[in-house]
Design a protein around this ligand. Structure first.
Ligand SMILES: Nc1ncnc2c1ncn2[C@@H]1O[C@H](COP(=O)(O)OP(=O)(O)O)[C@@H](O)[C@H]1O
Ligand SMILES: [Mg+2]
Length: 142
């Protein structure tokens, strides 16, 4: 059962990346997270939003990014969606060090970071239609 939920959308401007990070961490504050849990969530949200901006929308600043956050007991689900270019092969994109933009000095570690800091990561994407990143994290019961 969902205990609480938010949905926010914002323009694909790089200054909104820090807004997204802070908004999600403010919402999950009700779970009484540790500093480490907050840092993990912020890092994962940053990576996903940055990907939507630079890869999904190729830095166009007038597109929409949507974030939904669900709280169910001590489990948090974060869904970050764009309607951008999409990913042709998600399996390859998720490999550590893979980047389609070495020209931008990308490290290719974004998905690996999300996987490391969250308990699960699902990437649903279709070429030309957009990308949805679904991340879950279970919080320590305090
Ligand atoms: N939202 C997205 N829309 C389109 N392509 C994406 C998106 N997120 C990730 N990708 C693709 O997956 C690749 C790997 O992403 P990531 O691991 O974050 O590495 P990096 O961002 O450093 O390239 C990207 O280079 C890009 O090709
Ligand atoms: Mg990235």
């Amino acid at each position: 059962m969902v205990d609480n939920r938010i949905k926010i959308e914002f323009l694909s401007k790089s200054q909104n990346e820090s807004f997204a990070r802070v908004a999600v961490s403010a919402f999950i504050a009700q779970l009484d997270p540790t500093i480490e849990e907050i840092t993990d969530i912020k890092t994962a949200v940053s990576e996903a939003v940055t990907n939507s901006i630079i890869h999904g929308y190729e830095n166009a600043e007038d597109k929409i990014i949507e974030i939904e956050v669900y709280i169910e007991g001590k489990e948090v689900t974060i869904i970050i969606s764009d309607n951008g270019v999409g990913i042709e092969n998600v399996e390859i994109a998720r490999e550590p060090l893979y980047t389609s933009r070495p020209d931008l000095e990308r490290s290719g570690m974004g998905f690996t970071v999300m996987e490391t800091f969250m308990d699960s990561l699902e990437v649903v994407s279709e070429k030309g239609r957009g990308t949805k990143v679904i991340m879950k994290k279970n919080f320590v019961v305090s």
